[in-house]
Ligand binder design. Structure first.
Ligand code: PAF
Length: 284
């Protein structure tokens, strides 16, 4: 496996494979790889001839006051994992490689229908940072397929919209959230949890599943379901940022007749913000 930092070197490598007719799968990550990322990479490998992983803690998606400085950077360990998994190329650029004119006034990509709601409401600018860096990666690499996790469900929907709107010729695949045995969704940020917080954390998914079950049984009082789940989270010791019932396809507020729903939440445990979601296949 080769590790490449420079975009022009990356382009050369990929063009050589592409002119050979080989399909390329890209899994974009911010590093500190865990089993959730490995599931994305495994999926990518089944869909393409060559597998490329990017590791880049993207500064523009961290809102001021967030954990950009202390975000875990473990490139050597990540590279070892990727080598073991048979990944062909690791792209690990520096900030200047992806933002050649610096971070002030850089070109931005916005997805207004989706970037201000849910997580975007409390993390203003976060999704513009995500959309911008994903656009850069897609432009640079022109992969055939790219894989994202369902844990970051809003990100997944936003990237699907971005790709459809800008007409990128790439197929977007997603992979189910990988969980600990007790239900906690894997996340690089779980390492910030204290022992006591870690014991409480699986409650997030329990409350999501309960709400999904209530909706599945036909309850359409979305506001009551949201309020009840919010109180349940508070009783467990979370500070909910939001708990929302949405349409799975576009994250808009559902109508009574919508069938394909999703419940999503973000909640603080101490200084750690956790997100998770659960799909609802309703009975009507
Ligand atoms: O999901 C992530 O790790 C990041 O948001 C992504 C998609 C790699 C963009 O930096």
């Amino acid at each position: 496996m080769e590790t490449v930092a420079r975009p022009d070197t990356l382009r050369d490598r990929l063009r050589a494979w592409q002119s050979d007719g080989q399909r390329i799968a890209l899994v974009p990550t911010m590093g500190n790889l865990h089993a959730g990322h490995l599931a994305l990479i495994r999926k990518g490998r089944t869909l393409a001839d060559r597998s490329v992983v990017s590791v880049f803690a993207n500064p523009t998606q961290f809102v001021s006051g967030e954990d950009f400085e202390r975000y875990p950077r473990t490139l050597e360990a990540d590279a070892r994992l990727l080598l073991d998994m048979g990944v062909d190329l690791l792209f690990a650029p520096e900030i200047g490689d992806l933002y050649p004119h610096g971070l002030a006034g850089h070109v931005r990509v916005e997805v207004p229908a989706l970037d201000h709601i849910l997580c975007g409401a409390s993390r203003p600018g976060h999704f513009t940072g995500v959309a911008t860096v994903v656009t850069k990666l897609l432009n640079l690499m022109a992969p055939d397929v790219t894989v994202f996790g369902q844990k970051d469900y809003q990100q997944l929907v936003l990237i699907r919209r971005l790709v459809a709107d800008l007409g990128f010729p790439v197929s977007i695949e997603s992979v189910d959230t990988v969980r600990e045995a007790d239900g906690l969704a894997l996340s690089s940020r779980n390492r910030y949890l204290s022992t006591e917080e870690r014991a409480v954390a699986p409650g997030l998914y329990r409350v999501l599943r309960q709400a999904a079950e209530v909706l599945r049984s036909g309850n359409r009082d979305y506001a009551a379901v949201e309020a009840g789940a919010g109180s349940d989270l508070e009783a467990l010791g979370f500070r909910p940022d939001y708990f929302a019932v949405r349409r799975a396809s576009d994250l808009m507020v559902p109508r009574q007749t919508d069938i394909d729903l999703i419940v999503l939440t973000a909640a603080w445990l101490g200084h750690t913000r956790l997100i998770d979601n659960a799909a609802v296949q309703s009975s009507r």
